[in-house]
Design a protein around this ligand. Structure first.
Ligand code: NAP
Length: 339
């Protein structure tokens, strides 16, 4: 085939923020697919806060990436060779492709690929609002959070990939949507462009005071993407019967002093509320149903997707850090190659 693959392999388990030398940049030839295999040219890589957790040893909802292995990552690409009857050269797919330019998937891994049509919507949208990000927002808010019309929904990381979909679904379902995000530009965007009712800039405003103002009857659903101090602050303002959805805790992922847990948890007792974590993979059997509904909202102009696309495969180690510095605005991706 005469193609050369470049990969980022995990060299060391990071302490704190991942550093350049926690990665090995590797070059190797691409081999032709054997029986059942399919070869994908990776066009877009999805950069996710969860990648930081996958770099740690220890038990989690998914096995850690082994030292020396290609870093796990979602993405989108085009089939360029196939010995698998389910895929034809030219098909566009999304799936777990890894941080590399070419992904050779065996028959088992190829089962996780989803065919998508870039003529209907741009390819990055299938990784963003119509991909795992959108599905996370959908199941977290509607299944775990049980959001219903009239509820006040608060979401942190509101201008991030997941948060912005959460707020928009909340509005579609007739809820009041209040975001929490870092900076005026992000807050203005979710209110003016996405239709949130309000947004609190946690970097310059007093979150507790602003919550009291924007959620006078308390918070019915809190969709937590960040954990730490913001989780504690929202816990103090729950309404009776509230649901706190633990989607993520990005403020804690690079901590070198341990996770900060909530101290206001007695608010759950006082308000007969519950707090529940989830992983989007729990809902895999229902992805097609949810993706259809998300696509319908998008076609109807009720759901917007925003991607933050960085060019260049080699930028991976630095681009990943944007997530933890709040430098991404929308779903962070790397464009690896032209479609
Ligand atoms: P994202 O929100 O697009 O990007 C991360 C954002 O987090 C940053 O832009 C930044 O926004 C915010 N942030 C970073 N450090 C922070 C801090 N110390 N305090 C407060 N906010 C901080 O990323 P995403 O992919 O949508 O992921 C959002 C969350 O969902 C993450 O916690 C992720 O782990 C979780 N997640 C969970 C599942 C699941 O199945 N449970 C699936 C996907 C994602 P600001 O500029 O606003 O600070």
């Amino acid at each position: 085939m005469n193609l050369v693959n470049h990969q980022f392999r995990l060299a060391a388990r990071p302490v704190g923020l991942p550093k350049r030398n926690d990665w090995n940049y590797v070059e190797e030839p691409v081999r032709d697919p054997g029986p059942g295999e399919v070869l994908i040219k990776v066009l877009y890589l999805s950069l996710d806060p969860a990648m930081r957790g996958w770099m740690n040893a220890g038990r989690s909802y998914i096995a850690p990436v082994e030292i020396g292995a290609v870093m796990r990552a979602g993405g989108a690409g085009r089939v360029i060779a196939s010995a698998n009857p389910a895929f034809t050269v030219g098909d566009h797919v999304t799936g777990v492709v890894g941080v590399q330019e070419y992904a050779l998937m065996d028959a088992q891994s190829a089962k996780g690929l989803v065919k998508v049509d870039p003529k209907l919507l741009p390819l990055p949208v299938y990784v963003s609002a119509l991909g795992l990000t959108g599905l996370t927002a959908y199941f977290g808010l509607l299944e775990v959070g049980q959001a219903k019309a009239g509820d006040t929904v608060v979401v942190s990381g509101a201008a991030g990939a997941t948060g912005m979909v959460v707020g928009q679904i909340a509005k579609i379902k007739g809820c009041r949507a209040v975001g929490i995000a870092g900076g005026t530009e992000k807050c203005n965007y979710v209110v003016n462009d996405l239709g949130f009712d309000a947004c609190i800039d946690y970097k310059s405003q007093n979150v507790a005071e602003e919550l009291r103002k924007h959620c006078p009857k308390g918070v019915n659903v809190y969709f937590d993407n960040v954990g730490g101090e913001i989780l504690d602050t929202v816990l103090a303002q729950l309404a009776r019967g509230a649901r706190v959805v633990i989607c993520g805790a990005i403020s804690q992922y690079n901590s070198t002093t341990g996770f900060r847990g909530p101290s206001n948890y007695m608010s759950l007792l006082v308000n007969s509320a519950r707090m529940e974590g989830f992983v989007v993979f729990n809902y895999a059997a229902r992805y097609p149903e949810a993706a259809r509904e998300l696509a319908g909202w998008m076609m109807a102009g009720k759901l917007k997707s925003k991607e933050d696309i960085v060019e260049g495969f080699q930028t991976f180690p630095e681009t990943l850090l944007k997530l933890f510095r709040g430098e991404n605005f929308g779903k962070l991706m790397i464009k690896v190659a032209e479609a």
